[in-house]
Write a protein that binds this ligand. Sequence first.
Ligand code: GLN
Length: 215
Amino acid sequence: APVIGVLALQGDVREHLAALTAVGAQARPVRRPAELDAVDGLVIPGGESTTISKLVDIFELREPIDKRIAAGLPVYGSCAGMIMLAAEVLDGRPDQRGFDGIAMTVRRNAFGRQVDSFEAPVEITGIDGGPLHAVFIRAPWVERVGAGVEVLGTVLDAPTAPPAASGRRHDAPAPVGTRIVAVRQGNLLATSFHPELTGDLRLHRYFVRLVGAVS
Ligand code: GLN
């Protein structure tokens, strides 16, 4: 079985370890470069991307992870993990930095305060059996993708309440529309939502299969 690490600096590490184990991977937490060396794939969990970014530097994992990504390591980022895999982040903190990951622009906390958290069915290209029940928690969306990025899933963003008096934090309300919430570029996979919280193991199975095909 492939050995899959979960970046264990902050966020919902345990849930990913459990989901990976349930689909037959050897799942282990990664906090040190030596632990990273031993994995065939890596999951970056949901949590808080600004915190994860800081801790990545403190734990001296930035360069090792960038190197493994450049060498083809399969990585799956969920929510904050998606933000960590984005080439460009809108509404991020000035000091937050992601890995040399997917050619995409993501917007943090994109769905707005009035829909901080919501759930929606999301059809994912390459995953059979009907839409995933997707859980979004202060989730990003993908605003633009570059060449080589495949869009795997979208959701309809339809906020029910008008923006608060202060408006969206950094710009005018985005028009309601179809938002990209799942992408893949080569061995890198990212979702705005949290499959690890639902008991639906299909996305983790998809990732484990991807890791198995590479390693
Ligand atoms: N809003 C968080 C961030 O910016 C992501 C939230 C999550 O991972 N559930 O990192």
